[in-house]
Design a protein around this ligand. Sequence first.
Ligand SMILES: Cc1cc2nc3c(=O)[nH]c(=O)nc-3n(C[C@H](O)[C@H](O)[C@H](O)COP(=O)(O)OP(=O)(O)OC[C@H]3O[C@@H](n4cnc5c(N)ncnc54)[C@H](O)[C@@H]3O)c2cc1C
Length: 280
Amino acid sequence: MVDGYLPKSFEEALKILNENDVTIYAGGTDLMVRHKNATALLPKFNKDLLYVGDLAELKEIKESKDSLEIGAACTLSSLLRIKEIPEVLKESIRQIASPAIRNMGTIGGNICNASPAGDTLPILYALDAKLKLISQNSSREVHIEDFILGPRKIILEKTEILKSIIIPKAEFNKTYYEKVGARKASAISKLSFIGLAEIKDEKVKDIRIAIGSVASKVVRIRVAEDFIIEKNLEAIKLELEEILNIYSREIVPIDDQRSTAVYRKTVALRLIQYFLNTDI
Ligand SMILES: Cc1cc2nc3c(=O)[nH]c(=O)nc-3n(C[C@H](O)[C@H](O)[C@H](O)COP(=O)(O)OP(=O)(O)OC[C@H]3O[C@@H](n4cnc5c(N)ncnc54)[C@H](O)[C@@H]3O)c2cc1C
């Protein structure tokens, strides 16, 4: 039997975290599945639980000139109703699970769960998101790429909480998102792809490509992006093979119940090729 903490304020939550060994939960949609028990029995937890899903400080959306800050406990559904949320993030959220799960599940939970198939992750990598981690005695901001070490492995300390996600503003005039699943709705990704680019006078000024479920972490390769930036579209077509080779080295998927490594790699490389070669 475990206890549950229901803090009334963010400060109280941080104090509880500082003084106790607890598991944080928000929507519980990952946690309850991970700790599920035999049929008709309650989930089995080995630590007391700290519920953060109703804390006002974790539900705020703040916009500044340069960035958008999203509270970690904002539910996926609620983000769909907010005008300022980047359309590409909304597009990925619309394809997560079902409305019932999106009403409970939070963006912070999707990040901290650190599943290679987490659907907001490639988008947040591509948008250069930073995460605000707070404890009673400290505060730090880390890039999402440095936060996630591998499947279910994150750098969050026991006393820390993910408070918010900071997305720097950027302009893109070419965007392409594709979630490849067994069906259109309620499917966990076989893989997911996001391409964002800013093209001006036939030249690539900015490009970000991120792919989920094709390695232990989201694949985003800066050397490949640097290789493409400032090239014109014709040059990219001529050097496509070289670009695909760079990605190919980092795309190392696995076989699992949802797909095969060969399928994932083939589709990932074709999506990169499609994004780079097509006027979307
Ligand atoms: C039927 C079903 C279908 C699903 N389909 C998809 C899908 O298509 N795509 C997809 O990406 N996901 C899917 N999921 C997974 C899940 O719904 C999402 O990952 C969701 O965003 C998790 O959010 P949560 O608030 O429920 O997380 P929780 O279960 O509450 O927590 C998840 C993890 O994050 C930690 N955590 C949560 N909030 C914080 C915080 N603020 N600070 C620090 N740690 C925190 C918890 O300790 C836990 O380790 C599905 C789940 C189910 C049950």
